[in-house]
Design a protein around this ligand. Structure first.
Ligand SMILES: NC(=O)c1ccc[n+]([C@@H]2O[C@H](COP(=O)([O-])OP(=O)(O)OC[C@H]3O[C@@H](n4cnc5c(N)ncnc54)[C@H](OP(=O)(O)O)[C@@H]3O)[C@@H](O)[C@H]2O)c1
Length: 273
């Protein structure tokens, strides 16, 4: 399935689809930085702001590190602020470009709080990496579990995108990276892990839909699978392994303006869904 280039807007029956509504404000607000923000005294050259959900561990933490290394100011969003702060230690010299904020993507109030903080304090969010997810469910479907996983992996991702897109529109720039898994691909669908597969399949459908809807806003939306996967689900891979898995999401997070949108990538290669 080919990713599409930017340059138009999605239309249905002749009407432009604008699911996030009109941009309420075209002039960015005054940026008020608290003295406690780690980047307040030394804005990095690039100046872009990235938000990584589930940034306190695993792949998310690697993505935080690589984006900070590139000079971005990174918001490490973590369900638990304590776990987020603990992760800062691992970032070493890059920690001064990283701020920890609380985020539970299943909680609308938590999502709204973070979006409001970004707006008030930084007036922008240029990159969103939707990494947070519940990894795997059982072999057979328990609909209670299915509901919980869909609420996190699919609706939580969607909820966060809805909250952040207005900021991207204000800035006329955005890169949204939805971390998915090729296990959710229609062509690869097999029995087992039903909620996880369906949630990640939904994430890719969402990616395609949003890529069309956000064409013309300077916002590129892509999905990726950070494979090869862990040898055994639940294993803790070595940082070096995770670093190479983080390459594709970071590449998508830093695409040039004429980069692709609406694609699904693994190892920087577009794959058939
Ligand atoms: N592992 C693999 O083999 C593999 C393969 C392909 C794709 N992926 C995808 O890669 C991404 C990262 O996977 P990983 O293996 O690094 O997972 P992980 O170590 O389990 O990390 C998942 C992160 O998501 C957070 N999270 C879970 N529910 C949340 C919620 N409601 N709100 C906010 N944050 C929440 C977790 O926070 P807590 O620390 O609070 O639990 C954690 O930080 C996921 O999207 C996963 O589906 C993984």
């Amino acid at each position: 399935m080919g990713g599409r280039e930017t340059g138009g807007q999605s239309r249905a029956n002749g009407a432009v689809i604008r699911p996030f509504g009109a941009v309420a404000r075209v002039v960015p607000p005054t940026v008020v930085r608290s003295p406690t923000e780690p980047w307040s005294s030394r804005p990095p050259a690039d100046g872009r702001v990235a938000l990584v959900s589930g940034g306190n561990s695993g792949l998310g933490l690697q993505v935080v590190r690589l984006l900070a290394e590139q000079g971005m100011r990174v918001v490490l969003a973590s369900r638990s602020v304590d776990r987020g702060r603990a992760a800062l230690e691992w970032l070493g010299v890059h920690a001064d470009r990283v701020a920890v904020r609380q985020l539970d993507i299943t909680d609308p109030a938590s999502v709204a709080r973070l979006a409001s903080w970004l707006d008030r304090r930084l007036g922008r969010c240029d990159v969103l990496v939707n990494n947070a997810a519940i990894p795997f469910d059982a072999a057979s479907a328990d609909l209670g579990v299915v509901q919980r996983i869909l609420d996190t992996n699919l609706l939580g991702t969607w909820r966060l995108i809805q909250a952040i897109v207005p900021l991207m529109r204000t800035g006329g720039y955005g890169r949204i990276v939805n971390v998915s898994n090729s296990l959710g691909g229609v062509a690869a669908t097999r029995p087992g892990l039903p909620a996880y597969r369906i949630s990640k399949s939904g994430v890719y459908s969402l990616t395609r839909m949003l890529a069309d809807e956000l064409l013309g806003d300077g916002i590129l939306v892509n999905a990726c699978s950070p494979e090869p996967a862990y040898p055994v689900p639940g294993d803790s891979p070595q940082p070096a392994e995770l670093s190479s898995w983080a390459d594709t999401p970071v590449w998508l997070a830093t695409l040039p303006d004429d980069g692709p949108t609406g694609g699904f990538y693994r190892g920087r290669n577009e794959i058939v869904w």
